[in-house]
Ligand binder design. Structure first.
Ligand code: DSN
Length: 454
């Protein structure tokens, strides 16, 4: 038998029903639930088409028209297209679309502009910053001297502290960007501080790049030297990342673009993932259409409506609201370490969010006292302010139900047993069941993919 009659041309449901059925279950989970993790989204069928394309077969070490292997004319074309679209969308002179994901992209920035042992500054992780911006267990604090900056009690970056630390420590690189920050980033002020001390200024806009492109958040382009972003959050593309170099960056260091390219390949990576690059090109093409602007603004409108509803129903939010796609609920009114109860209870109600530290969290990153939620995915699905009002009410109901009944034991040795009891009890909790019923009804009105075949 030829390959044509064997595995090569058969659909997954015939060749691997086991994996096919797991994928079907995941489509089902997404379709019947509200995805509210703010770093997630729902990509188009076109993005999935490109991601599942034959480009996954190809090796193309190097850059367009400078490859180490043959047969790269189409890989060149698609990567050049992704680069052109990225440059145009952000208004920058240079883009590298090859980083496998956000952490490798950030690693490439260190590799390009720092030497091991250099001082770097970034937002402290428990204050909402990212692992790769200098958190103690990450390469960024093991290979470099990390000086973290913090947020003020109102949740905003403490610019006075940043300036003081920068002048005292003379960092080589200052990061701006976060995984849990609900206010506009002070790009201009941070850019000035970096200039004052002669540091490179890198803005990691992974969470908000879609908002920036859509005009719903200020752009760092005039102030930053380097910009990194993942492509799968508000940008609504495949998992992946990009590194952009600005005019300001090139003025500061005319070799910066080359340094970045060399850091990605051959410095840190081998062959780029061309299937991912082709899907990034599709997502960037989608982001160039006028309705993406509408989408970006709707994400923020929805998030503000959700925040207002949560507060109306008695919950405390970090910074008392939001400017972007994300909300942090502060659960300390109920004691410390409540995030795990809320995350797991809402999982049972088909609402997915994540436990998260809040600034000055009295508990630990593993059992934090907050939860993080947001609106990129539900906005893609078509939900608007009216639905957000309802979701806020449902989330508040579940928070009150579980946080008033369950408290994380002070004695760590009791946590495992306590959680087992909690997990068994929430399965039959009537409040959670009622909210799940509401969620299922809402999801029916906003269907997801219609034509995925597995
Ligand atoms: N894991 C991402 C997030 O959820 O924000 C950050 O890398």
């Amino acid at each position: 038998m030829s390959n044509q009659e064997t595995f090569l041309n058969k659909p997954i449901k015939e060749t691997d029903p086991q994996v096919s059925s797991i994928i079907k279950k995941e489509i089902d989970r997404m379709s019947h639930g509200l995805e509210m993790i703010p770093s997630e989204n729902v990509v188009s069928l076109a993005v999935l088409n490109a991601l599942g394309s034959v480009f996954t077969n190809k090796y193309s070490e190097g850059y367009p028209r400078k490859r180490y292997y043959g047969g790269n004319e189409n890989a060149d074309e698609v990567e050049a297209l992704a680069i052109e679209r990225a440059k145009k969308l952000f208004g920058v002179p240079h883009a590298n679309v090859q980083p496998y994901s956000g952490s490798p992209a950030n690693m490439a920035v260190y590799f390009a502009v720092c030497n091991p042992g250099d001082t770097v500054m970034g937002q402290n992780l428990p204050d909402g910053g990212h692992l790769t911006h200098g958190w103690k267990v990450n390469f960024s604090a093991k290979f470099y001297k990390s000086v973290p900056y913090h947020v003020k009690p109102n949740g905003c970056i403490d610019i006075d502290e940043v300036r003081k630390l920068a002048h005292e420590n003379k960092p080589k690189l200052i990061w701006c960007g976060a995984t849990a920050y609900v206010r506009e980033f002070p790009f201009e002020e941070l850019g000035k501080i970096a200039d004052e001390v002669g540091a490179y200024f890198a803005a990691d806009v992974a969470h908000i790049s879609g908002l920036i492109i859509g005009g719903a958040h200020k752009s760092p382009v005039p102030y930053a030297d380097i910009i990194t972003t993942t492509t799968h959050k508000t940008l609504r593309g495949p998992r992946g990342a990009m590194i952009l170099v600005t005019e300001k960056g090139l003025k500061k260091d005319p070799e910066l673009a080359d340094k970045i390219d060399r850091a990605v390949f051959p410095g840190l990576q081998g062959g780029p993932h061309d299937h991912q690059t082709s899907a990034i090109a599709v997502a960037l093409g989608e982001a160039m259409k006028p309705d993406f602007k509408e989408y970006a603004h709707q994400i923020v409108k929805n998030c503000k409506a959700l925040a207002a509803s949560l507060m109306k129903h008695g919950l405390k939010l970090v910074s008392d609201g939001t400017d972007n796609h994300m909300i942090l609920i502060d659960l300390t009114a109920y004691g410390k370490g409540g995030g795990i109860f809320v995350q797991e209870a809402l999982d049972h109600a088909n609402i997915t969010l994540n436990k998260n530290t809040i600034p000055a969290d009295p508990s630990s990153p593993f059992y934090p006292s907050g939860v993080r939620l947001g609106t990129p995915a539900t906005t893609t699905r078509g939900l608007k302010e009216k639905e957000m009002e309802l979701i806020g009410e449902w989330v508040a109901k579940v928070v009150k139900e579980v946080c008033s009944k369950y408290k994380l034991p002070e004695d760590k040795t009791q946590i495992k047993e306590y959680l087992a009891k909690f997990r068994s009890e929430i399965k039959s909790n009537s409040t959670i069941a009622e909210v799940k019923g509401n969620v299922l009804e809402l999801c029916k009105k906003f269907p997801l993919y219609k034509t995925l075949v597995y």
